[in-house]
Write a protein that binds this ligand. Structure first.
Ligand SMILES: Nc1ncnc2c1ncn2[C@@H]1O[C@H](COP(=O)(O)OP(=O)(O)OP(=O)(O)O)[C@@H](O)[C@H]1O
Ligand SMILES: [Mg+2]
Length: 377
């Protein structure tokens, strides 16, 4: 990715039209820290979602574009001005007929053309279940990060998702073994690419994750992210850092696929492949699912989110925008303060909250506080 170092972009203005509950919303002169305050259902998350769609180029709430359009309307628009030292860009997203289309300075662009332009890290209360929740949430988090730092990964993952769908259709139709084997030939190859990309993402995030955890917890526990391929899952007691080369992964995945064929036939869906891998958080070498306390889980997620931001900056040369939706109420004073210190100088941040009392006067002085639901929207 050819990115000019030092050419940081930030959001200077934002416009919504028929997006979610808004007829129209406009915000300009956006600075480094914006606190969006308002009662429930006023449209705070919708603003964060709109910003995510023009930065991370996806929404944490839905992959269905039609849900973003205000009920009763047929199209919606999100526009943002992105300003850097030497650049002034206009990014636009049009949503109509269930699909999204992007423009940069008026010219149509594919999502892959815009990848990494201005990345974002989103942190919502749902993320607090990342440690103990289903594997899918952790895989999706890793993939969303990967897609923001590598166009190649986004493309490979897209191919892989299509292959799994094709295989699931074939299993439902009870196709012959030869046909399934021909899908598997490709699926295993593309699957191993997904797997290696993910391992690379994990290794990029790992040192930052460990650093931030130490900083935030002030404790002596050691944390680690552990990527577990499908053929090793379920063996919680034997969590070792797994390293492999491509050939080995290919052989293991092929063998596992063959062994699981009867299970796949019975369940009528693909169970072998990186769509069934997991990425675990370890606490002192043990699976955090079984051992982490509430506070430790929060620390883990917070450290992971900050590590995402650092890994994005590493990979793209750009500081991501931070979108913190309603998480301040979930953090204790110490972690809130740590967060505010992290975002302090130069990382553009949007925070939503129903209660501005979570912020000290010093924080509020640094921020622009936008009150929603008081005739300002
Ligand atoms: N496509 C849509 N069209 C119209 N309204 C919508 C659409 N999608 C969601 N809404 C509504 O928009 C309102 C604002 O939702 P949003 O999630 O942004 O609120 P919020 O301010 O974050 O609230 P909370 O503090 O409870 O999280 C809600 O009433 C929601 O039901
Ligand atoms: Mg909300």
């Amino acid at each position: 990715m050819a990115l000019e170092a030092g050419d940081e972009l930030h959001i200077a203005s934002l416009d919504l039209l028929h997006f979610r509950n808004y007829d129209a919303f406009h915000l300009d002169d956006v600075g480094y820290l914006t606190i969006l305050v308002g009662p429930n259902a006023v449209g705070k998350t919708s603003i964060v979602e709109a910003i995510q769609l023009v930065t991370a180029l996806s929404s944490f709430r839905t992959s269905k574009a039609s849900r973003l359009v205000k009920w009763g309307e047929t199209r919606a628009h999100v526009g943002a001005r992105l300003v850097g030292e030497s650049r002034d860009l206009e990014i636009g997203l049009d949503i109509a007929g269930g699909s999204r289309s992007y423009k940069l300075n008026g010219k149509a662009k594919r999502v892959s053309d815009l990848t990494g332009l201005l990345p974002a890290v989103t942190f919502t209360p749902d993320d607090l279940h990342l440690v103990k929740g289903a594997a899918a949430a952790r895989r999706d988090a890793l993939d969303a990060l990967g897609s923001q730092i590598s166009k190649n990964f986004a493309a490979v993952r897209g191919d892989y998702v299509k292959l799994v769908k094709q295989k699931n259709r074939a299993l439902k139709a009870e196709e012959a073994d030869a046909y399934l084997a021909s899908i598997d030939d490709v699926l295993v190859r593309v699957g191993v690419q997904v797997l290696s990309h993910r391992m690379t993402i994990v290794s990029r995030v790992q040192p930052y994750f460990q650093h931030f955890y130490r900083e935030i917890s002030g404790g002596s526990e050691r944390v680690e992210l552990n990527y577990v391929p499908c053929w090793l899952r379920g063996d919680d007691d034997e969590l070792t850092r797994y390293a492999f080369d491509r050939d080995e992964a290919l052989a293991r995945l092929e063998a596992y696929g063959r062994a699981m064929r009867p299970v796949e036939r019975a369940r009528r869906r693909a169970v072998a492949g990186p769509h069934a891998d997991d990425v675990l958080f370890l606490l002192n070498g043990r699976n955090a699912v079984h051992f982490a306390s509430q506070g430790q889980q929060r620390c883990i997620v917070l450290a992971y989110k900050l590590a995402e931001a650092a890994a994005i900056e590493d990979a793209t040369g750009r500081k991501p925008v931070l979108l913190l939706d309603d998480v301040m109420s979930e953090l204790d004073e110490h972690r809130r303060a740590y967060f505010m210190e992290f975002v302090a100088d130069d990382i553009q941040t949007f925070i939503t909250t129903t209660n501005s009392a979570y912020f000290t006067d010093a924080m509020k002085r640094r921020a622009r506080v936008v009150r929603l639901g008081e005739g300002t929207a």
